[in-house]
Design a protein around this ligand. Structure first.
Ligand SMILES: Cc1ncc(COP(=O)(O)O)c(C=O)c1O
Length: 338
C-alpha cells in the first residue's frame, strides 16, 4: 500500500486525528459492523469537515499574500462559520455571502449565525437568485476590498476545490491507519459513507482511497440536488486534482457512488422521520447528528440498510462531518418528537 502521500502546505487548525468509534448497539441492531469517524471532534467551534479543507485553503491564501477570505453558503452554513473562525485563528479577516429568501429581513441570530456574528465577519445577505450568480458578487466584493488596499482570496462554496479535497485525502490516510490498527495491519473491505453537500468531502475520500490503495468503497448520500449534479461536480474536482497535483497522471476518476433519494423536502428542510432518526440515535448511542447533512445521510444509510442489510458490505464507516450548531437553529421542530 502506497502511504507516501506528499501534501501541499497547510496551517494547523484541526484537532486531528479524530477517533474511530464502534457503534456497538447500532451494529447489533443492523447486523453490520458500524463505526463512526468522529470528524465532529475536529474542534469545538471549528467542529466538522470544513476545517480539514480550510487548513489547505488558508495556507494557500496566506502564501499568496491575501488578508481577507471571501466565501459563501446557506444562512446556517457550517462552512461559513468555520471559515470566519478559522480565518481569525490564521490571522486573516473574512467576509461571508449568506443566502436567504429576504435579505432585508435576515434570519434570527441562532446556531451558526450567532457564531458568524460573534466573529465580526461582515455578512452580505443575498437571495437564492443572486446566489446562483455568486461569482459576480464575489468579484464585486473582491474589487471593493482591493480598492481599499485589501488582498482578497475567494474560497468557493464549501471549500470544495481540488486544494480543499486534500483535507479528505488526509482524512482517508488517517482512516486507513485506524483500520490497520483494528485489523492488525490489514484493511478488511470497508464502505465509507458521508453526506454530500458540495462534493469536496466525497471527492477527497475517493481520491484518498485511490492514493492509499486501501480496499475502501466511498459512498456519498446527497443532501441537495441530485446524483447527476454531484457526479459532474465530483468528477470535476477529481480531474482538477489529478491535473494540478499529478500532472494528469492516472487521470481516471477514482470510483465512488452517490446514493440519491434522501433529499426529502429539500436542502436544509427536514422531515419528521429524519428528525426521529436523529433522536433515536442519540438515545441509542449518545451521538448527536445535524439536521442538514449528517442526519439526512444517516437516515439515507439506515433506509438503504433496511432494504438490504448487505448493501454496504460487512463493515461501514460513517463519517460524522459535524454541523451540530444547525440543530439548535431548528429546536422548535423537535417539539412533537420529545
Ligand atoms: C456538517 C456537514 N457535513 C457534510 C457536508 C458536506 O460536505 P461537502 O460540502 O464537502 O460535500 C457539509 C457541507 O456542505 C457540512 O457542513
Amino acid at each position: 500500500m502506497d502511504m507516501n502521500i506528499y501534501f501541499p502546505e497547510r496551517v494547523s487548525l484541526s484537532n486531528t486525528p479524530t477517533p474511530l468509534q464502534k457503534m456497538d448497539r447500532l451494529s447489533q441492531q443492523t447486523g453490520v459492523e458500524i463505526y463512526f469517524k468522529r470528524d465532529d471532534f475536529t474542534g469545538s467551534e471549528l467542529s466538522g469537515n470544513k476545517v480539514r479543507k480550510l487548513e489547505f485553503l488558508l495556507a494557500d491564501a496566506k502564501k499568496k499574500g491575501a488578508d481577507t477570505v471571501l466565501t459563501c453558503g446557506g444562512a446556517q452554513s457550517n462552512h461559513c462559520r468555520a471559515t470566519a473562525l478559522a480565518a481569525i485563528r490564521a490571522g486573516l479577516s473574512s467576509l461571508l455571502l449568506l443566502r436567504t429568501d429576504d435579505p432585508a429581513n435576515p434570519p434570527p441570530i441562532s446556531g451558526n449565525i450567532l457564531l458568524d456574528r460573534l466573529s465580526g465577519a461582515p455578512i452580505v445577505w443575498i437571495t437564492p437568485e443572486q446566489y446562483r450568480a455568486r461569482d459576480e458578487i464575489f468579484e464585486r466584493e473582491a474589487r471593493r476590498l482591493s480598492s481599499k488596499g485589501r488582498k482578497p482570496y475567494i474560497i468557493p462554496e464549501g471549500g470544495s476545490t481540488a486544494l480543499g479535497a486534500w483535507g479528505y485525502v488526509a482524512e482517508m490516510e488517517e482512516l486507513v491507519a485506524d483500520l490497520q490498527r483494528l485489523d492488525d495491519g490489514d484493511v478488511k473491505p470497508t464502505t465509507v459513507v458521508c453526506a454530500t453537500g458540495s462534493g469536496g468531502t466525497t471527492a477527497g475520500l475517493a481520491l484518498g482511497a485511490r492514493l492509499t490503495g486501501a480496499d475502501i468503497r466511498v459512498v456519498g448520500v446527497n443532501v441537495c440536488d441530485d446524483r447527476d449534479y454531484f457526479v459532474n461536480i465530483i468528477d470535476g474536482i477529481c480531474r482538477e486534482f489529478q491535473w494540478s497535483y499529478f500532472a494528469g497522471e492516472d487521470a481516471a476518476i477514482p470510483p465512488y457512488d452517490i446514493v440519491d433519494g434522501y433529499v426529502g423536502r429539500g436542502y436544509a428542510l427536514s422531515r419528521p422521520e429524519e428528525l426521529a432518526a436523529i433522536r433515536d440515535l442519540v438515545r441509542l448511542e449518545g451521538v448527536v447528528l445535524d439536521p442538514v447533512y449528517t442526519g439526512k445521510a444517516y437516515f439515507g444509510m439506515m433506509s438503504e440498510l433496511a432494504k438490504n442489510p448487505r448493501v454496504f458490505g460487512e463493515r461501514i464507516v460513517f463519517v460524522h462531518t459535524g454541523g451540530l450548531f444547525g440543530l439548535f437553529a431548528i429546536a422548535d421542530q423537535f417539539a412533537d418528537l420529545l
